[in-house]
Design a protein around this ligand. Structure first.
Ligand code: AMP
Ligand code: MN
Ligand code: MN
Ligand code: MN
Length: 281
């Protein structure tokens, strides 16, 4: 069994449609693929239909933008009821925050001589309800300001760079409560990957598990070194957390993240499904 539990489509900042992502997952020899677009469930219906067609299994997911002690933490929710009122309302607030930062980012970029027209940005966003910096990066590529998303982030869009503007994110503990309240399984994405290592220590993860129902952590992710993976796997074992693995595929939006790059053990996936089924009752 080849199981990749965290990918994106153009419903957020990936470049494949949900159906294209699923077809690519089948072509890559995956048996199970998880679609976890940022802060929206909108791709899941199309992805599920495509998975039936392709004869692979889709795990419905989401990647929620949360914050803990001032650090951004990405929270994966698997098997959440997409119509859960409390979770839906919070996701709408997060998506509003994504949109609300854009004028200030465009003004900052224009101020350093990098104007981006509204209609160009809209073309990059397409149908996505969840605008993100990668869409701005794509517009900067189209304008010839940078050669790819990575250069756009490194020079202009990463925190501390001149085009960066903060946005709202859900407090992590609230995010955990909302995922569990919607019947989902809660897994922290790439916990030591991007600036959250200091706040996601062993004791902090233990408390999130015991007090807020954290189910697991993503261990095998390209943001983690071999040493980090070993340490995180040890923590997961000690705390009774599920340890997952994924590619975090973004289509052509991120190089070196091919489907199936990292995978999740079949026993872990089975336990995840068992919990989803149990919480649906
Ligand atoms: P935002 O959602 O607006 O906060 O933008 C963050 C998203 O940008 C992440 O989900 C990543 O997928 C993407 N991202 C961050 N850094 C890079 C990079 N160096 N190259 C390409 N994509 C990136
Ligand atoms: Mn992304
Ligand atoms: Mn992430
Ligand atoms: Mn992701």
């Amino acid at each position: 069994m080849r199981i990749d539990l965290h990918t994106h489509s153009c419903v957020s900042d990936g470049t494949d449609t949900p159906a294209e992502m699923v077809a690519a997952a089948a072509a890559a020899g995956l048996d199970v693929v998880g679609l976890c677009d940022h802060d929206t469930f909108d791709g899941l219906t199309a992805a599920s239909a495509a998975a039936q067609e392709a004869g692979i299994r889709l795990l419905p997911g989401i990647e929620i933008s949360t914050v803990q002690d001032g650090r951004g933490v990405h929270l994966l929710g698997y098997g959440c009821r997409p119509d859960d009122p409390a979770l839906s309302a919070e996701l709408a607030v997060v998506r509003h925050g994504r949109q609300a930062r854009i004028p200030a980012m465009l003004a900052a970029l224009a101020g350093i001589g990098l104007p981006i027209e509204d209609d160009l940005l809209a073309a990059m966003v397409g149908e996505s309800p969840s605008i993100g910096r990668p869409h701005l990066a794509d517009a900067m590529v189209a304008k010839g300001y940078v050669t790819d998303r990575s250069e756009a982030f490194a020079r202009y869009l990463d925190a501390g760079r001149p085009g960066y503007v903060r946005r709202y994110a859900t407090p992590l503990e609230l995010g955990l409560d909302l995922v569990r309240g919607a019947g989902g399984v809660a897994v922290i994405a790439h916990p030591w990957g991007r600036g959250a290592r200091e706040v996601l220590t062993g004791p902090a993860l233990a408390r999130l598990a015991s007090e807020h129902g954290l189910d697991g952590i993503e261990v095998d992710h390209s943001d983690h070194s071999a040493a980090d993976r070993g340490a995180l796997r040890g923590l997961a074992d000690r705390l009774g957390l599920l340890a997952t693995g994924s590619s975090d595929y973004h289509g052509t939006g991120k190089t070196n993240h091919p489907l199936g790059l990292n995978t999740t053990a079949a026993e872990v996936f089975d336990e995840l499904r068992r919990r989803i089924a149990q919480r649906a009752r």
